[in-house]
Design a protein around this ligand. Structure first.
Ligand code: NAD
Ligand code: DAU
Length: 343
């Protein structure tokens, strides 16, 4: 397949690119604007492959996106480009509206034009990669999210992703674009930008800085190792059904304080636990996310291969052995406004 990946220099997109180039015969065109979250070093080992191509492109640029479709002639799209950090969406929502809504609209229009141009016999799929945050916040005893859960986004980030999901499905229903939507839970693993909970806590603990846990640390997320998400996305593109939604998760619900304590334990126990500080809560902080993955397990045979404990240990090891990667970000180009200093 010829696969157009958007956002392939980000955390999950780069894991997808690495998986496709190293584990299949597919060809990739990676379109990425290289925002603060995009980093070419995440795919450096793939760059020499003649099956990997990159163009620095803003998905809101209709002419550039249309040109990419016409020249690359993709059989499928994996759309990951987005503004992805909830705290940034609270501090400044404009980029989220632009990329997540206008950018997705621009990409859908280009994909539709390309789909209409292709011979009918050649299958095409557009996989829109989304989040479980569009479903809102679960109570402690609620059933996990699944493909039928009504939308109830509560942050500017999740509202913009919810809107983009609706656009993608509308282009499927109204115009016949073969769209598939995935809604995944929290990812963690290598190359995650150190503004998200897991890498932020690892790098702060290594620097012996306070570990800012929002509220009482009781919010629950369902954690999935990034390579398992990448595997699910490739499988959905290869074998998923147009019009379907796939809920993806790790079946590994943990309170934030458990995650942070787990990182401290892996890093060397007691002294780091003392760095934990309970700070002012995130506004509108969703209490609990959990995902029921029965549908994707039953229909595509996908399941997570890495337990949370094993994945967290691998992630801590990776950050320990890649200090040059994260310290360069922290020292020079980290633009986080909410660097956990709100206490
Ligand atoms: P990320 O922030 O690490 O990477 C986003 C990538 O998109 C970056 O490379 C960035 O340069 C690029 N980008 C941003 N705006 C762009 C634009 N206008 N044009 C082209 N490229 C642009 O994000 P991530 O965590 O890898 O998330 C990827 C996707 O998966 C997002 O759609 C996100 O909503 C979704 N998702 C993330 C998680 C998670 O836990 N991180 C979970 C479920 C779903
Ligand atoms: O559920 C999927 C979503 O997971 C993705 O769609 C998002 O792109 C991704 O960023 C993530 O969103 P969260 O808001 O859940 O992730 P974050 O890592 O920002 O926060 C995880 C939890 O940890 C959340 O309850 C807030 C809390 N937290 C976060 C930070 C950055 C803290 O307690 N302290 C912090 O400093």
């Amino acid at each position: 397949m010829r696969i157009l990946v958007t956002g392939g220099l980000g955390f999950i997109g780069s894991a997808v690119v690495r998986r496709i180039i190293s584990g299949s015969d597919h060809e990739v065109l990676n379109l990425d604007k290289i925002t603060y979250a995009g980093d070419p070093s995440t795919v450096a080992e793939m760059a020499s492959s003649d099956r990997y191509h990159f163009e620095r492109t803003d998905i809101c640029d209709a002419a550039a996106v249309a040109r990419a479709f016409a020249e690359f002639r993709p059989d499928g799209v994996l759309h990951l480009a987005a503004e992805s950090h909830v705290d940034r969406s609270i501090d400044g929502p404009a980029d989220f509206i632009q990329t997540n809504l206008v950018g997705t609209f621009t990409l859908l229009e280009a994909a539709l034009a390309w789909h209409r141009e292709r011979p009918c016999a050649e299958p095409f799929r557009f996989v829109h990669v989304s989040t479980d945050e569009v479903f809102g916040s679960l109570g402690p005893d609620d059933a996990p999210f699944d493909e039928t859960t009504p939308y109830s986004p509560r942050s500017p980030y999740s509202a913009s992703k919810a809107g983009s999901d609706h656009l993608a499905r509308a282009w499927g229903e109204t115009f016949g674009l073969p769209v598939i939507v995935t809604n995944c839970s929290n990812n963690y693993g290598e190359y995650q930008f150190p503004e998200k909970l897991v890498p932020l806590m690892i790098v702060k603990a290594l620097r012996a800085e306070a570990l800012p846990v929002y509220g009482a640390g009781e919010n629950v997320r369902d954690w999935l190792y990034v390579d398992d998400h990448a595997a699910a996305l490739v499988q959905v593109l290869e074998s998923g059904y147009p019009g379907e939604t796939y809920a993806i998760g790790g079946s590994a619900e943990r309170q934030n304080i458990e995650v942070v304590r787990g990182i401290c334990d892996l890093l060397d126990a007691r002294p780091r636990q003392d760095l934990i500080e309970f700070v002012q809560d995130r506004p509108g902080h969703d209490l609990r996310y959990a995902v029921n993955t029965d549908h994707i397990c039953a229909t595509l045979g996908w399941r997570p291969s890495v337990s949370f404990e094993e994945g967290l240990a691998r992630t801590v090891d990776w950050y320990l052995s890649h200090e040059e990667w994260w310290s360069a970000i922290l020292d020079s180009r980290y633009e986080g406004q909410r660097l956990g200093s709100k206490a």
